[in-house]
Design a protein around this ligand. Sequence first.
Ligand code: ATP
Ligand code: MG
Length: 816
Amino acid sequence: RRTAIEGEFSHLNPEQRRAVLATEGPLLLLAGAGSGKTTVLINRVANLMKYGRGSDCDEVPGWVTAEDLAFLEDYAAHPTEEGRARAEQLCKVDPAVPWSILAITFTNKAAGELKDRLERMLGPSANDIWASTFHSACSRILRRDIDKLGYDTSFTIYDSADAERVVKDAMKDLRMDEKAFPPKSILGYISRAKDAMKLARDYAEECAKSGDYRLQRIAQVYTEYEKRLKAANALDFDDLILRTVLLLRQDEEVRTYYQRKFRYVLVDEYQDTNNLQYQLASTLAGGYENFCVVGDDDQSIYRFRGATIENILSFENQYHGCRTIRLEQNYRSTQNILEASNAVIRNNQGRKGKELWTDQGAGDKVQVYTAMNQDDEAQYVAAQILAGFSEGCRWKDFAILYRMNAQSRELEMAMKRNGVPYRIIGGTRFFDRAEVKDMLAYLCVVNNPGDDLRLQRIINNPPRGIGAKTVETAQILAARNGLSLWEVVSDARRYPDLQKAAAKLGAFAELIRGLRKAAGEMPLTQFYEVLCADSGYAVALEAKDTVEDRTRLENVRELGSSIQSYLENAEEPSLSGFLDEIALYTDLDNHDPSEDCCVMMTMHSAKGLEFPVVFAVGMEEGIFPGMRAIGDEEEMEEERRLCYVAMTRAKQRLHMTCAAQRMLYGRTSANRPSRFLGEIPPERVERSGRNPLSMGYEGRLTESDWRPERETYGGGEKRPPVGGYASGRPSVGYDKGYTAPAAPKVPPVKLPGINARPPAAPLPDFQKGEMVRHKAFGKGMILSIMKMGGDALVEVAFDNVGTKKLMLKSAAQYME
Ligand code: ATP
Ligand code: MG
């Protein structure tokens, strides 16, 4: 039997195998990235179902003693009646039933993957294992027994939008001003109270004691909020966990039921659990205490959501007799990538300290590319992906990781221009975001007020007291009179049915007229600022000031960057030209996202995943680490852990990029390269780029290199020569596969007006029907060329990859 079990898990190393076979008692598996923690967790479940308790050599005494083995060998050769009982006892297998196993992971994606892998290993019986997220495990428990807490088992789950609605309603009744008390921030307070397991009554008491008026008002909202959810028989996400924990605490019968049921409890990514999640998992595991937690203190990146590293660091103290297993071999990455990541994380103080090694070869050095600006950075990424694809990689081998969602726009555009299929994970594509669509709708209406659809989108956005009923009436009138919605709205007084709303519609029409006038009088970027202000859109977002709204505001500003780069590149810039270009980019995107494509996501959502080639972009002070972290040691350590997570996603090749100048949120700034780049030993790095030497570092960064915080090359000598880039090819070459564009780009400058632009480069000369060869896509024929702004959209039928739409200027670099 031992041979069978060990044979079954022979693909694991001895430490991993020990963690898989040690089924009984608390177990802490603490190990660095890529050391096989998740792999162990999955194999552990498989072992539990096949051999169970019987495999635990530490726990079943005598199982592996030499004496027992000798006895078994002897018994196998000469079976005797007396020996039989002992042999049977020794060979007993005690597999766990699937429903006695609870395996919790963090995201739906991870839970789905866990289920898939178990089903492949174990067949259909794997379906009965509770492999789920915290939330889905809780809703399952509550569906059965929440009546014991006075709810109905048919309860509804409120998502965050629902929850916000309730808070707003409650605030209205309490006569609270949303400006003074932004609803989202109140929800944050409620959530933190719940994480501390405080119901409204306890929280109100505590706030009353504090004597803080603001907190007392917030406690009133919490009380109202709780009341309303209860009345609606609804739970929000935090409630799901909180009510489960309370149910388990209060009701002995329920608690005993689950504590008997779950013989084995396993939690992956344990470093990111918050207090409630810890309470839940430890209570459920409280019966048998066969509680296995898996994690890496160096990858704790959810402190801002209440996750506490303490949960993992104090596990050994909470569970006496806990077995701790550490894994030290990394199976994911090459030596250069691993050493680079180790070197970065070593700069954190608050860690248990562990080093990983790998027996994979050195591999490629970490590629650090210093781009001229964000355009150049995005083009570098696209070029590297195309080069990799032409060498036989699949698209899905590539992942692009950024710190903030707002950074994705430039990258998306580069992928589209170059025909690289991509998918954004855990976020909406830039131009699909509601706030971006809103601002584009304003631009469309200013450009063409007859655009009914766009007009509808913005007429009461931000809220101007124009109700849905009024819009409907106006639409009916428009249809009846054969007019556009705008024609009716802008002349509302003429229609008796619109009398009541006439003043408000009039004000809106005045706004649009004013904007149309302004659009004709000033440069587009300046006009965009006027639009953000006059429409009230930016103001409304500023007023709310929650994390989400700040992101929205950033995206709104980011669209300004888009306009700016359009102005820099277009031959004859105009508002309609810009809108065409955007429509075109949307049109370029015709692939099926479930197909092979490269992925883009934030560093946070990359946790637990791995890819052959990873790009960590925007490695600049002020971006990553972000402004908040600069000067705050704890935040800085959290950022560094995030950097470690990002770097350790790479299996074969890791690219890290920074830009000498970056336009983000409509502002251009010159950031210094991230200190994290400076923490990588120079011998692990291969630098390239436009002009890395003028960036002010060669080898390691010293502290004086990145302080003071937001210096923008004021001193003179370190400032990249603005004209210098444009004066020819860069002195330091690009990586293989990346050919510098023939026409040097002019670094972004503040444009005095639409017409004062640098002359645009002429379009490369290609004809319809011409046969071309593209470096990545191979041979093909040009089906059509359509001029668009300062560029052209070419449609090429390639022999091997089908028909692709590409932007000519980008594509020309790779075509002959
Ligand atoms: P993370 O900290 O990023 O979540 P992890 O510790 O969970 O990483 P896994 O994702 O389980 O690591 O494993 C990383 C890679 O190493 C996977 O591709 C896995 O298949 C491989 N791997 C793990 N253990 C072994 C082993 N013993 N032999 C070969 N490959 C292994
Ligand atoms: Mg993992």
